[in-house]
Ligand binder design. Sequence first.
Ligand SMILES: *[C@@H]1O[C@H](CO)[C@@H](O)[C@H](O)[C@H]1NC(C)=O
Length: 410
Amino acid sequence: MDLRGLLRFYFLLVFVAHPHAHPSNGATSLDPKSQRRTLQQEIGTCANSVAKHGYQCQEFYVTTKDGYILNMQRIPEGRVAIANGEKKQPVLLQHGLMTDGMTWLANQPQQNLPLILADNGFDVWIANSRGTRFSRRHKFLNPNTKEFWDWSWDELAASDLPAFVDFIYSQTSQKVHYVGHSLGCLTALVSFSQGLAVDKVKSAVLLGPIAYMSSIDSILLNVAAETYLGEAVELIGMAEFNPLGDPAVNDYLRSICSASALSCYDLVTLLSGNNCCLNASALNYKEENEPQPTSTKNLIHLAQIIRTKVIARFDGLLAYNLQRYGAYTPPTYDVANLPRDLPLFLCHGGNDALADVEDVQYLLYILKSRIGDKLKSLFVKDYGHLDFIRAVNAKDLVYNQVVDFLKSQK
Ligand SMILES: *[C@@H]1O[C@H](CO)[C@@H](O)[C@H](O)[C@H]1NC(C)=O
C-alpha cells in the first residue's frame, strides 16, 4: 500500500474503531512523555514558558456563550517596563490547528513573538482554543463525552473568538489587535466577516492563513478529504481527535510514518508539511507538546473546504442540515466581507503545505477588492507553515514587520 493508502486505512481505523472520546491525560499510558505533559498541565503556560524568562504573566479563564471554559495568558509588559504615559495596546495571539498557546513560546525568549511584542510595549494576551490541554472544561459537559467534542471551526469563530476579544476589551477598555496563525486566520475571517467581535478589533495580522484550500499539500487533510468522511459523521459519532493522549492512535500514526518514505519526524509535519528554519531543539518541544487535541468534526469540516472548494458551515447529513440550517446544504461564508477600514497584514510562505501560495494569492485578491490599501502583505519564500511561529529567524523576517505594522495603527 502506498502512503495515501495507508493513511486512508488509518483514518478508517481511527474513526471507525475509536468512535468515542478517549481519556486524554495519558492516564492509561506509561510513556514518560505523557507524564511530563501531565506535570506541565498542572503548572500552566505562564509558569512553564513565560515567568522563568523574567516576564510578568497572569492566567485567566473565559467562558464562551456555549459554556466552554477557556484559558488565556496575559503578559502585561516587557521585561523592562516602558512608562511613556500611553496606555498599552492589547494584542491577542490565536494559535492554529492542533497546537495551543504554548506554541508561541517554544524558542529562546528573544525569538518568541509574545515576548517580542511585550518588549515593544504591547499588552499581550494568548488564547487557548477549546479542547486543548488547558481549555478542557465546560459548565456542564465532560470532555470524556462526545457532546463535548461536537464542534468545528464554525464554533471557534462564533464562540471562542468573540469570548476572547470581549474579555480583553472588558479588562482593558481598549480595542484589540488580533494576530492569528493558520486556522486562527480562518476563524478571524469568518468571525469578522459576520460582524462578530470586529467592532472591538483594531487591526489583524494573518500568519500562514488557511482559508481557501484548493491546492494544499497537507497529506493528512487531503486524505481526510478524499475519504469522504463527511458522510460518515453520523455513523462514527463526533468525538475527540487526540493522537498524543491516546497511545493506540499515537503508535499507529508513528508506524505509518516509519513505514512511509516521508520524513514525518512528527505528527504535526504530517498535517502541516515541512519547514525551513526550525531549531533542532524545537523538535523536543513538538514531541512533548503537539499535536494538541481537536475535535474530529473540526478536521472533517476542514476537509470539506478542500473537497468542495467552498468555505461554508459544517455539512452534516441531510437531517442535520435541515435541522440546523433549514436547507439541504450549509450556508456559505463570504470571508472577505470585512469592514473597509480594518487594517490587515497578511504574511505567507512559499513552502507552506496548508496555506498554499495559489490559495493565499486568491485570498489576497478578494481581500484587496474589498479593503484596498488597508491590506498589506509579506511573502517569505522559504517559509513553511510552522516557520511563522517557530523559525529561528522569524524575528528578522516577520516579527519586526508585525511590530511596525501594529505600531503604525496607534
Ligand atoms: C536552539 O535551541 C537551543 C536550546 O534551546 C539554544 O541553545 C540555541 O541557541 C538555539 N539556536 C538558535 C539558532 O536559536
